[in-house]
Unconditional design. Structure first.
Length: 308
């Protein structure tokens, strides 16, 4: 079953960026596209379709909004199968429910919230922490440097094996006929920073070597896993994807800073999130929050329980 790409639409500029990205993603992956507008019947300035006395005005505005979004997709990507839905519900609850039956949920980093200065809206942050499938957040601003076509960056965590985020990132790079850069950040412990500048063979070199070994072990396991999946699948390479060139990047510094710098020319930055259990959803740490607010490119948050 090929699950759709779901995109949240609300008529904002950020929503239009997300819509365009989602339409391109659906066209590239040959997946259906589902447009979802969820609102507790908020009013939208500038959207004034003809009034119908039989239908509440707020509902007319919402239906006009999604119809306009559907027309935009048909103009941009006429080959994409697109459906639209209006839900008079809380946006977060609606999109979390949609995430159970979606390959991706896409939304803009800033919607129509009252706090215009926030780089990431409350809906995006809440959804990223509760979604059952990967969430892709599209930044509000255009990147300062043009992206390298097909380039995907993934952060490698402390997990001993390939994470769901790494598997997802490799699949994204393959379907884009691009390359994957796997990034492992490392830092010297605070007590080590108090010592004299490191000499060759000192603790600093040891920490870097440890990071390099961890990265290599994870990528070897990832490549083995992908090779087995392709052998078991009757649809191997059906999407035209093939072997992906994987670049290794080991850098000293805070993980969020290293990832943001690595993503400067990327098409997509992928990071993982751990599920906390119960109703608490995912455990978004400081790295997740930082890249969601400051990444120069779209960010995919992948739950550690996600299986493609």
């Amino acid at each position: 079953m090929r699950l759709p790409v779901v995109v949240g639409v609300d008529g904002s500029e950020g929503s239009l960026r997300a819509l365009d990205w989602a339409a391109a993603e659906a066209a590239r992956t040959r997946l259906p596209l589902r447009l979802v507008h969820a609102s507790l019947w908020e009013h939208y300035e500038g959207l004034r379709p003809p009034a119908d006395p039989q239908v509440p005005g707020e509902q007319l505005l919402a239906e006009h909004l999604v119809a306009s979004a559907r027309d935009r997709v048909r103009d941009l990507s006429p080959e994409v199968s697109v459906v639209a839905d209006v839900q008079p519900e809380d946006p977060v609850a609606t999109l979390v429910r949609e995430s159970h039956e979606a390959s991706l949920v896409v939304l803009g980093s800033r919607g129509r919230g009252r706090i215009a200065g926030m780089l990431l809206g409350s809906v995006g942050l809440a959804l990223a922490g509760r979604s059952h499938c990967p969430v892709v957040v599209i930044p509000a601003r255009q990147p300062g440097t043009p992206a390298t076509p097909g380039s995907v960056v993934v952060g490698i965590s402390d997990a001993t094996g390939p994470s769901a985020a790494a598997v997802f990132a490799l699949a994204q790079a393959a379907s884009r006929h691009g390359e994957l850069t796997a990034v492992r950040a490392w830092r010297r412990p605070a007590h080590a920073l108090l010592s004299h500048p490191p000499l060759p063979g000192s603790s600093s070199s040891a920490y870097r070597h440890q990071a390099e070994e961890h990265l290599e072990d994870v990528l070897k396991a990832l490549e083995t896993l992908e090779a087995r999946k392709k052998q078991d699948s009757q649809e191997a390479h059906a999407d035209g994807s093939g072997a992906v060139v994987i670049h290794r990047s080991v850098a000293q510094g805070p993980a969020h800073q290293v990832l943001i710098e690595a993503a400067e020319t990327a098409e997509l930055l992928v990071v993982g999130a751990r599920r906390a259990g119960g109703w608490h959803g995912l455990q978004l740490g400081p790295v997740n929050h930082a890249v969601l607010h400051y990444s120069p490119c779209p960010v995919a948050i992948v739950p550690d329980t996600y299986q493609d």
